[in-house]
Design a protein around this ligand. Sequence first.
Ligand SMILES: Nc1ncnc2c1ncn2[C@@H]1O[C@H](COP(=O)(O)OP(=O)(O)O)[C@@H](O)[C@H]1O
Ligand SMILES: [Mg+2]
Length: 247
Amino acid sequence: MAVDPLIELRDVNKHYGQLHVLQDINLTVDRGEVVVVIGPSGSGKSTLCRAINRLEPIGSGTIFLDGQPLPEEGRALARLRADVGMVFQSFNLFAHKTVLENVSLAPLKVRGRGKEEAERRSRELLERVGLLGHADKYPAQLSGGQQQRVAIARALAMDPKALLFDEPTSALDPEMINEVLEVMRQLARDGMTMLVVTHEMGFARSAANRVVFMADGRIVEDRTPEEFFTDPHSARAKDFLSKILKH
Ligand SMILES: Nc1ncnc2c1ncn2[C@@H]1O[C@H](COP(=O)(O)OP(=O)(O)O)[C@@H](O)[C@H]1O
Ligand SMILES: [Mg+2]
């Protein structure tokens, strides 16, 4: 039962041509909740994230953000979109801007903040992700894990109500995965509402309130990590878990 839904999808459907990529999706993320989405490649996880952020239009159904249906377009959409931060597998930092400029840019341009205030806040956020000492460097001078932590600080700089993560550690060398997951765990402890697509099962077990398992565009299971990992109901989930937990 939803207590205080921040993100809610009702009967959401989407096609890419003949491909029914999101099928009757009903999903709720409550305020302060961490929901991990897992599932085989091609099951629609990225499309789900992009639909929530309206980077992709949906065919039918409704997506609510903090009680408001997402508008189709225009300024109202831009405002609602700014309320949901997104962190991608590829960090997408501006190569020719410093770390501090990367974090400050959107608050300056979109939120209309003053330069001094935006930079002060950006430094706070860089401290939070452990990178204050790197504020004046360029992205190429940082490791992948550090760049992804900058991307998280940049998403936080808009004071989002929720954060979406689409495989945030999949492009990282193994030794850098934990520093990013640790920042995400800390955000979860601080009460940030998060939807996280990841194959990091340790993170799902330790930080998620719920695990959503997707296959072929459908939500097949939506349960606590404890229930999901110890007793997956569906054959699809059992098969998926046996494959990823083997190595
Ligand atoms: N822009 C697009 N046009 C056509 N098909 C797409 C597009 N984006 C994704 N797809 C297809 O939709 C399905 C789901 O993709 P995606 O949401 O990226 O899955 P996942 O993130 O779970 O791997 C895949 O079969 C993919 O090939
Ligand atoms: Mg994907």
